[in-house]
Write a protein that binds this ligand. Structure first.
Ligand code: ARG
Length: 562
């Protein structure tokens, strides 16, 4: 079914193996204008080898290359252009997709391989930020896409549940906290205490010592400190769980920073043994001058470990535990340096697998062009934002299709889908503007537009005569052909999206397929009672399969009625 491959094979045979398949395949492109054919092979590379002009090679190839799936080949200057046989190719494509169903597009590149994906990873006792939302949505999509490529994906939530901030929090709680208030509204209240600490410490610097004292207590296992920490952690997790529930996202592991407490000593010893530690102002660091980077901080003056120390321990632990072949970290671009340092230190430790670690950075979410930050005291809870999106979606449905059954359920799919799609349709390194009304538009590049297209296609299938047996024949009209070609691109799209760790490739793809389908729907009477009806319905069915699967990869549900 891969015509690029088949076209390459024909050329390979005709060239009498002057070029390898591996050399031919990447050369094959699509002609700029579709009137020039479906496939193009530039002959420049061959010119040298064969000591002939590219034009002449193209000419000669056009006389030789032929196959049933090709209607014709022509020389267009230095290019060999191939026109696919619409009749044969469309029939095969639709048959294939309808046979494979949701497995269509699955690849085997990652078979027997494991990938760990570190994503979401919010910080305990702090609000779940917009940045964490991006990490959650991008990470989940990349985990799904990895699985589609055959990998076993391990979803890891590296919770920020350790660090000096817990000394501050305990101090603040001891001074001003109330158990009742925390129980009632954990994140809001804990964050409020944290903010108060920062306000008060300016007037009462001794609070800083107190915080350090409590963190020390925590690190040395003091019961009182541990109990409080545990409680804060549990309450926070309950809140985060609500968000994951709304987004329909699950993790294989919640081993966060605290999990590595008893694993860091070994790492520090190993660094020492490998002669990588040096002293700097009383702290212990790994020097990275040769790499032109600031040193990686391993231990503070007072012996306390750091974020990087825990990440070192985590990487080594994950390699041992999961035997990963690849490992992604979905974390904002502001942590680029941290990951550069982390990977370099692992390399210096002699871990060749450090080459398989990848930081997958992303941009900010902006509100009215400005960076959204949880400014002092003013906390927008993400849970509320998602609920608002669902609510707006509900009103939308109520206005447009009040008779719809399962309105609540569908509103959830649409509201959540809107937020996810709005994030993923952009290349992740771009900043994105957060605007709920924009996200929920019916027209334009929204999740709703794709969901709506899918539902429209489903509704056509429901109207199809029941005796229709879906005997699939070829389609040759000019409205179905772009759809067929786009459908055939799906496996390549998945591969590319994984290679680039870029879920937007899939998001843009489902938009394109939707647009093409809607054009088709506008011009062609799909249900007309003629000989091609069952073929057209097979095309519609293929579109529903691929749209639904594409959305699933992004983490979005596709309701059949909207
Ligand atoms: N909790 C961190 C933060 O909010 C993100 C952790 C990312 N993962 C990691 N292994 N460092 O900034």
């Amino acid at each position: 079914m891969n015509y690029r491959q088949q076209f390459a094979e024909e050329i390979y045979t005709q060239l009498e193996k002057k070029l390898d398949m591996d050399e031919i395949i990447p050369l094959i492109e699509e002609p700029k204008y579709n009137t020039h054919g479906d496939l193009a092979f530039p002959c420049f590379t061959l010119a040298k080898k064969l000591q002939k002009a590219p034009r002449q090679i193209a000419m000669e190839l056009s006389e030789k290359v032929s196959a049933p799936f090709l209607e014709k080949t022509v020389a267009a200057g230095p290019y060999l252009n191939g026109f696919l046989n619409k009749e044969i190719v469309s029939k095969q494509a639709m048959e294939h997709i309808n046979k494979e169903q949701e497995n269509y597009g699955s690849l085997s590149a990652g078979a027997e391989k494991t990938i760990t994906i570190d994503f979401s990873s919010p910080n305990i006792a702090k609000p779940f930020s917009m940045g964490h939302l991006r990490s959650t949505v991008i990470g989940n999509a990349l985990a799904n896409i990895s699985e589609k490529c055959g990998y076993k994906a391990i979803r890891i939530n590296h919770l920020g549940d350790w660090g000096t901030q817990f000394g501050k929090l305990i101090t603040a709680y001891q001074l001003w906290g109330s158990e009742e208030k925390v129980r009632e509204n954990p994140i809001k209240e804990l964050f409020h205490l944290y903010v108060s600490f920062h306000e008060q410490v300016e007037k009462q610097p001794h609070l800083e010592d107190e915080a350090r004292f409590w963190f020390k207590q925590l690190e040395s296992g003091n019961e009182e400190a541990l109990q409080l920490w545990k409680w804060f952690r549990e309450e926070s997790l309950k809140e985060f769980a609500k968000i994951y529930e709304l987004l329909n996202i699950k993790f294989d592991s919640y081993d966060g920073e605290a999990f590595y407490n008893d694993k860091m000593d070994d790492v520090v010893q190993e660094l020492k043994a490998k002669d990588l530690l040096s002293h700097s102002d009383g702290a212990e660091v790994v020097d990275l001058t040769d790499e032109k980077l600031p040193p990686c901080l391993i231990k503070k003056k007072d012996g306390a470990t750091l974020y990087a120390t825990r990440d070192l321990a985590a990487a080594i632990y994950r390699k041992k535990t999961y035997q990963f072949d690849k490992s992604f970290y979905i974390v904002g671009q502001e942590q680029r340096l941290h990951f550069q340092q982390l990977f370099l230190v692992l390399q210096k430790m002699g871990y060749n697998w450090a080459a398989e670690l990848k930081h997958v950075p992303f941009g900010f979410i902006l509100k009215d062009g400005k960076k959204m930050s949880t400014r002092k005291g003013k906390v927008v809870l993400l849970e509320d934002v998602i609920k608002e999106a669902i609510n707006l979606a509900y009103q939308n449905i109520e206005a447009k299709n009040p008779a719809l059954i399962n309105k609540e359920e569908v509103a959830k799919m649409v509201g959540v889908g809107a937020i996810i799609f709005h994030d993923l349709k952009n290349e992740r390194q771009n900043n994105i503007e957060f605007n709920l009304d924009e996200m929920l538009r019916f027209e334009g590049s929204t999740g709703l537009y794709v969901q709506y297209t899918h539902a429209r296609a489903c509704s056509i299938l429901r109207k199809a005569p029941s005796e229709n047996n879906l005997a699939i024949g070829g389609l040759t009209d000019s409205y179905s052909w772009p759809i067929i070609k786009t459908l055939m691109d799906f496996p390549d799209v998945i591969e590319k999206s994984f290679q680039q760790a870029e879920a937007s490739v899939v998001a843009k793809y489902v938009l394109k397929l939707s647009q093409e389908f809607n054009k088709y729907y506008g011009y062609i009477k799909i249900l007309a009672d003629d000989a091609e009806q069952s073929s057209r319905l097979a095309l519609v069915k293929s579109v529903t399969i691929v749209l639904k699967e594409g959305l699933r990869l992004l983490g979005i549900k596709a309701p059949e009625k909207l």
